[in-house]
Design a protein around this ligand. Structure first.
Ligand code: PEP
Length: 245
């Protein structure tokens, strides 16, 4: 279960949220990761040190280092103690113009450095209504597979996040999500990836109320959680739901 704080938080508020997450009792039975904004990564590492909760980042540069003002490299994230990084979130794709090629470059760089990439894929509402959802997701996966290769791709965590469900309160139904997750796993398998090893997370308005219904589905291995990850009780309940299953 991965919490994406997006561009939220401040030192004081983070301190109490992180302290509550630190004491979550289920974190030894489920992989739990929080991804704060870059400036708060060290704070999260400090407060969570010695706990079972890991820290990740929300993005990394597609460049290794050098004259790229404003960028944050993967090796800097490693230096700060991050072990995970979200790549290709739909907000990065739509607001910051990240193409499939940029996303693939970032995934490859993360893998090369030993950071675990969480690759976000997902279709817009218009694409779903046009019957293109699977083709869109397949193209997003193929863009990464072409650069990374099937052998390394089993180390990627895939997050299926239908764009129409992110931050909207409109979750894909568990059946809709399962159909896409099964499609993703089958496509990875067809592409020569050890797909049974790949964790496929669902993201899009996951809450404490709907998490269990999603997690019981065979191809839904966890969740990428935005809004609900900012509230300790909600995030803890989602983690507990995953641990229970
Ligand atoms: C996200 O940001 O990845 C996300 C899924 O957000 P939310 O849970 O708020 O829909």
């Amino acid at each position: 279960v991965i919490g994406n704080w997006k561009m939220n938080g401040c030192l004081e508020r983070n301190a109490s949220l992180l302290a509550e997450l630190r004491s979550m009792s289920c974190a030894d039975r489920v992989d739990v990761v929080v991804c704060p904004p870059f400036p708060f990564i060290s704070q999260a590492k400090d407060v969570l040190s010695g706990s079972a909760v890991s820290v990740g980042a929300q993005n990394l540069s597609s460049f290794k280092d050098g004259a790229y003002t404003g960028e944050v490299s993967g090796s800097m994230l490693l230096d700060l103690g991050c072990s995970w990084v979200i790549v290709g979130h739909s907000e990065r794709r739509s607001v910051f113009g990240e193409t499939d090629h940029v996303v693939a470059t970032k995934v490859a760089l993360a893998l090369e450095l030993g950071l675990k990439p969480i690759l976000c894929v997902g279709e817009t509402l218009a694409q779903r209504e046009a019957g293109e959802a699977e083709a869109v997701v397949q193209a997003q996966l193929d863009g990464v597979l072409a650069v990374v290769g099937a052998a390394l791709a089993s180390d990627i965590v895939v997050a299926y996040e239908p764009v129409w469900a992110i931050g909207t309160g409109r979750t894909a139904t568990p059946d809709q999500a399962e159909v896409m997750h099964a499609f993703i796993r089958a496509h990875l398998e067809r592409s020569g990836v050890a797909a049974q090893k790949v964790k496929i997370l669902y993201g899009g308005s996951v809450t404490a109320a709907n998490a269990s219904l999603l997690f019981v589905k065979p191809d839904i291995d966890g969740a990428l959680v935005g809004g609900a990850s900012l509230v300790a009780e909600s995030f803890s309940l989602i983690c507990a739901a995953a641990a229970a299953i």
